[in-house]
Design a protein around this ligand. Structure first.
Ligand SMILES: *Cc1c(COP(=O)(O)O)cnc(C)c1O
Length: 368
């Protein structure tokens, strides 16, 4: 599914150089390497500001706090996502309101709009550009402007994804991303970042990630320790970010080969929405029949698969321990996708031969 050892073999010299540079500089936390990476990543997103932090989870939590989320405030989100999305809302004091997804697996914006129109008390929305598929940014902007909704875009899987040519992350007042090593832009450990055009929100996020400090030993708000290490920032800036365009192009080429090559009535490719130009973080398909049988079959052919995600956030055991709501329309589509979805391998180190093998394996699979 992922190939971190090839990444290491290809980049180890550059990574050692990056580590050496930071170590020698003597500023290992909130130093120049972090500043430089933050400015490079905000350039990438075509936004003014970036605030590095410890993880994607923290990036969402800090964003919601910066947007003044109060305990008990309701936050519309999707049940079909990494549990971290839900956890961040809960940790920030919010009550997740789960709304169903569409056939692409993304939060259904018709249902979201109905809910916001009928319930004026909901003021927060955390949409997720799942799989790398870009949600409709024009519709998100409409919700933001018409109903004064505070939006934190979860871009953990969508670095480089576009909707009608516009990059994801540019519509939310704040956007969050993750540098978990398997993400399109991964670090060599944990990391995350918040992006924004708003200078005062940027300052709030900077304070919250650093014990709530506005200046040294001046604590104005209840903060946390969630900084992005300079070593990770330097590796991201000098090794990983410069190859992101190329890596995303390779992902996109492989995705086209899958789209053209996989023809099997028992394997239904989940297509991205019209107007979406995916980062191809994942390539999800839906399996007719027994998903585990398909995964075992692939495994025997030495082809890795994964499931994003086998359990909806509201069905996790941990959900007994916090308040949440489910929209009156239910979660039928999310349940259907969660029960049948499988991700097949998609990463920049797949060879032509690997891709051909995956296509061949998919095309010869039969459910019996
Ligand atoms: C990975 C991921 C996160 C969490 O990121 P971490 O850095 O692991 O905390 C949040 N949301 C989505 C959609 C993700 O894929």
């Amino acid at each position: 599914m992922v190939n971190l050892s090839s990444l290491w073999e290809n980049e180890r010299e550059n990574i050692f150089l990056a580590i050496d540079k930071v170590a020698k500089s003597g500023s290992w936390i909130l130093g120049n390497s972090l500043n430089n990476f933050e400015s490079a990543l905000s350039d990438f997103f075509k936004l003014k500001f970036c605030v590095g932090c410890a993880s994607g989870l923290d990036a969402i939590e800090i964003s919601l706090k910066a947007l003044n989320l109060m305990p008990g405030d309701r936050v519309i989100t999707t049940p079909l996502t990494a549990f971290a999305t839900t956890l961040a809302i809960v940790k920030a004091g919010g009550v997740p309101v789960f709304v169903d997804v569409d056939e692409c697996g993304l939060l259904d914006l018709d249902l979201v709009t109905d809910l916001i129109e009928s319930d004026g008390s909901i003021k927060y929305l955390v949409p997720v550009h799942l799989f790398g598929f870009a949600m409709d940014l024009k519709r998100l902007a409409y919700l933001r402007d018409t109903f004064k909704i505070s939006i934190v875009e979860d871009c953990a899987q969508s670095v480089g994804s576009r909707s009608s040519g516009i990059l994801t992350g540019t519509v939310g007042q704040l956007s969050a991303t993750s540098f978990y090593p398997t993400k399109n832009l991964g670090a060599f450990g944990d990391g995350g970042a918040i992006l924004t055009n708003d200078v005062s929100l940027m300052r709030s996020c900077q304070q919250i990630r650093d014990y709530g400090q506005s200046a040294k030993y001046v604590h104005d708000v209840i903060g946390m320790n969630s900084r992005l290490d300079d070593i990770q920032a330097e590796i991201l800036n000098s090794v990983m970010l410069p190859k992101l365009f190329k890596d995303n192009r390779i992902r996109s080429k492989i995705a086209s080969q899958y789209l053209d090559g996989i023809i099997n009535p028992d394997i239904k490719i989940i297509r991205q929405p019209i107007n979406s130009d995916s980062s191809w973080h994942l390539f999800p398909v839906r399996i007719n029949g027994d998903r585990d049988k398909f995964r075992n079959y692939m495994n025997e052919l030495k082809i890795g698969t994964a499931v994003h995600y086998p359990t909806l956030c509201n069905q996790q055991r941990a959900s007994e321990f916090f308040k949440y709501e489910i929209s009156p329309k239910g979660l039928k589509c999310a349940e259907k996708i969660s029960a049948s979805v499988v991700s097949i391998p998609l990463h920049p180190y797949l060879t032509e031969n690997d891709v051909a093998r995956v296509i061949e394996a998919c095309n010869t699979w039969r459910p019996e």
